[in-house]
Design a protein around this ligand. Structure first.
Ligand code: SF4
Length: 292
């Protein structure tokens, strides 16, 4: 059977996927806001362990169509390892349609376009990439390890390899002082990448992270739901993408919005304008229902 090594995370849209932990933890593990893998030492799991889990899933789950390779940045594992894993998956699940994983900017720096293309042809067709911000100031504060220009470069390597991207922007990451810059620059970077999916999360200090410590020292201005709505409006207004699906369905969001861009841009902006004009009637998710 599959014995998950907790904690285990997956994107909201992978709720119905088979989750396999190809790697444990995150090889980078330095983003100031991220507490997901602080308790884990990064390692690539031995292939025979994964093969045994795939055999178990084939015999007990059956018709698997979507697989998500956890943990934090499975793409950092060697391409030869991932190819063998993908081969086993396609042999075991004849109706497999999609394999996806998180991809840190550092993993995208490491993998060549040719490797990513080969992996895509073997089934790994979608990466989840935390862009977080398009502002160099904010990226530095978040300790992402890359600036905006490098984020665009590595994201476009994936596109060149034919891999779809699902990208995340961290609302509130610029605090109050850099909210507008964060929103405008994030829109600029996302527009340059034009990913298949764009989603937003809300920056929330979690224990055992540098962000939590900064918050304890009173150095973090957490934006109110109204301020976050204004930031999101600036972000969406600045987007100039070819064809992206927008979602703010992560549990950390106060507002759940969805639409296809550019088609639904005016509608999304109108929804946000209504929230900003009549905040008392806005359907904000209460704090007790929000999560990370
Ligand atoms: S790269 Fe992703 S998983 Fe790793 S520390 Fe940063 S946000 Fe967390």
């Amino acid at each position: 059977m599959i014995q998950y090594q907790e904690p285990l995370f997956r994107p909201p849209s992978e709720a119905h996927s088979l989750i396999l932990q190809a790697t444990l933890g995150c090889s980078y593990n330095e983003c100031s806001f991220c507490g997901m893998y602080r308790t884990k030492q990064f390692r690539v799991r031995p292939l025979p362990e994964l093969e045994a889990e795939i055999d178990w899933a084939r015999d007990h789950i059956g018709d698997v169509r979507k697989v998500f390779l956890a943990d934090g940045d499975a793409l950092v594992a060697k391409a030869s390892y991932l190819l063998k894993l993908l081969e086993r998956l396609t042999q075991s699940f004849p109706n497999l349609r999609k394999v996806s994983c998180y991809a840190s900017p550092q993993a995208l720096q490491l993998r060549s376009v040719e490797e990513m293309r080969e992996l895509r042809e073997a089934g790994l067709s979608l990466y989840y990439l935390g862009i977080e911000s398009g502002s160099d100031f904010v990226l530095e504060k978040l300790q992402k390890g890359v600036d905006a220009k490098e984020m665009v470069r590595v994201a476009n390597k994936a596109h060149e390899a034919g891999v779809k991207l699902s990208t995340m922007i961290l609302l509130g990451a610029g605090n109050r002082s850099h909210s507008r810059e964060h929103a405008e620059q994030s829109a600029h970077v996302v527009s340059q990448i034009s990913p298949r999916f764009v989603s937003t999360l809300v920056m929330t200090p979690v224990e055992n992270t540098p962000l939590w410590e900064a918050d304890q020292r009173g150095e973090v201005d957490q934006l109110t739901p109204i301020e976050l709505a204004a930031e999101l409006r600036t972000f969406i207004a600045g987007l100039d993408v070819k064809a992206s699906i927008f979602r703010s369905n992560h549990a950390s969001n106060y507002l759940t919005l969805a639409g296809n861009l550019p088609r639904d841009k005016a509608g999304l902006l109108a929804q946000l304008d209504a929230v900003l004009e009549h905040p008392e009637s806005a359907a904000f998710v209460p704090d007790w229902l929000r999560g990370l």
